[in-house]
Design a protein around this ligand. Structure first.
Ligand SMILES: [Zn+2]
Length: 147
């Protein structure tokens, strides 16, 4: 059991606290840092799980990336891909939906593609979700070459 961020060895209690709080293996220092990020940005826990899932397969994602306009849950700048995690689908009002659409429009204007992923998908199918994102990255890379 080692910290995902710094590879420090975790003792039983450290590991348990981190799994209980974030569902991720992090040392106290990195767990505190992530908890602060969650508090400041309202970051879904699933965004962090996806972030580390992508890192594990060699992707270089950025968490809570500020694009000059808003904070993106996860951005993969190499292929200009923004990933937003959707929580509570059933609570979506038409104002929120329009807001999302406008955000997507602004991203497109900057050359970024935005995909929205329901948090439950990450919670239950992290591996498949990561695989699909890898496929999307491959497609985006091919498109960038064509242009
Ligand atoms: Zn650490």
């Amino acid at each position: 059991m080692t910290c995902l961020e710094c590879s420090k060895n975790l003792d039983y209690l450290e590991h348990k606290n981190s799994m209980d709080q974030l569902g991720l293996e992090l040392c106290k220092q990195h767990r505190t840092r992530m908890a602060k990020l969650i508090e400041n940005n309202n970051t879904p826990i699933e965004a962090m799980q996806l972030y580390y899932g992508l890192k594990a397969v060699g992707v270089n994602p950025m968490l809570e990336w500020w694009d000059g306009n808003k904070s993106i849950d996860i951005a993969i700048s190499r292929v200009k891909l923004n990933i937003e995690i959707d929580v509570e689908y059933h609570m979506l009002t038409h104002e929120q939906a329009m807001n999302d659409l406008e955000k997507t429009m602004h991203s497109f204007k900057n050359g970024f593609t935005t995909i929205r992923i329901p948090h439950v998908l990450i919670k239950h199918y992290l591996k498949e979700t990561v695989n699909n994102i890898l496929g999307i990255m491959k497609g985006l890379k091919a498109n960038i070459k064509v242009i």
